[in-house]
Design a protein around this ligand. Structure first.
Ligand code: COA
Ligand code: MG
Length: 298
């Protein structure tokens, strides 16, 4: 099983300062961005800078983060050059913006197949994380992910900004400041599609990056709902996200107690701890928590 990644930090691919800083951060994954954070005039320069960053991780830069690259959309004029420059340096994965559905993941996979073979890389080694909800068509295709064979698919993430633009919305927020219903629905659909496809569910970014309490609340809720990780845009968000998506010591102790209670009663389908009934779904939940914890190697 692929390592569970809790925090994915976007790093603008044309920012010398931020790339330099990124190497020392404790994100589970960095996403070097060639897409929306980079103006058209800077695309070529960003590609070179990201290539240099990837090379440095093979020579001297010590980082525990997986290095991912967000390329430009498949129908953009930049995609050929993005893949030609980035793939030979074997990034951990490619973040694909604005796919219209799993068919675009298949297209990208075939391009990666060819490039991996041409450059002598391990076949299928480079994973894919789509931002799976950036167009209305993409949202209507979410249910196809579990039915499509996509061995490179690491997870599904979602975004609310480009979707709002695509559907002609003036804002993606409701009067209370939270995501409007359409985006909350899309978020839940992404979670369910990821789970049905057996891949990681990655929640969208929290854009008010100075609001640590708000992020903590959002990330904590996402973990409780089944999301396994979250996108980030600022270094201060990383420790909050990593902690929020790691089971707490109390959750671990409880999970161990549940597993133990069933082990102590091998013929029982239901047991109790402190007067609370536990049956098989609780056992599976406890096993999930322990598996997640082991996945982080802590
Ligand atoms: N990656 C790496 N370093 C970052 C960073 C990031 N995403 N965001 C900020 N930093 C660095 C800054 O360079 C600064 O470094 P310093 O201490 O050496 O001066 C430090 O962290 C503090 O940053 P701060 O001054 O608080 O913010 P800023 O004004 O420099 O940047 C943003 C604010 C929003 C522009 C920046 O966080 C950013 O570019 N985020 C990513 C945007 C992006 O990729 N969007 C596309 C995906 S949605
Ligand atoms: Mg975007």
């Amino acid at each position: 099983m692929a390592k569970t990644l809790r925090s994915f930090l976007f790093v603008p691919g044309d920012s010398e300062k931020k790339l330099a800083k990124a190497g020392g951060l404790e994100a589970d994954a960095l996403i070097l961005d060639l897409e929306d954070a980079v103006l058209p005039a800077n695309k070529a320069k960003a590609r070179k800078m990201c290539a240099a960053f990837l090379k440095s991780t093979k020579t001297h830069l010590q980082t525990s983060a997986q290095i991912w690259v967000r390329v430009n959309p498949l129908d953009s004029e930049y995609i050929d050059a993005d893949l030609a420059v980035i793939v030979p340096l074997s990034p951990a994965g490619i973040v694909l913006p604005k796919p219209d559905g799993p068919v675009d993941i298949e297209t990208l996979s075939r391009r990666l197949d060819e490039l991996e073979a041409a450059h002598g890389l391990v076949a299928g080694g480079i994973k894919i994380l789509p931002v799976a909800t950036e167009t209305a068509r993409a949202v209507m295709s979410l249910s196809l992910y579990p039915r499509t064979y996509l061995p490179r698919l690491l997870g599904l993430s979602w975004g609310a900004e480009d979707l709002a633009t695509d559907i002609g919305a003036l804002t993606n927020k409701g009067a209370d400041g939270n995501f409007a219903f359409t985006y909350q629905m899309v978020r839940s659909q992404t979670l369910l599609a990821a789970k049905a496809a057996g891949v990681q569910a990655v929640d969208t970014l929290y854009d008010d990056f100075r609001d640590k309490d708000g992020l903590r609340a959002r990330a904590g809720a996402a973990f409780s709902e089944g999301f396994t990780g979250m996108l980030a845009i600022h270094p201060t968000q990383i420790p909050i996200i990593n902690k929020s998506f790691t089971p707490t010591p109390a959750q671990i102790r409880h999970a161990q107690a549940v597993v133990q209670a069933f082990a102590d009663n091998p013929t029982a389908g239901a047991v109790q701890i402190s007067g609370k009934m536990l049956d098989i779904p609780h056992l599976k939940q406890a096993q999930n928590v322990l598996a997640l914890y082991e996945g982080y190697g802590e």
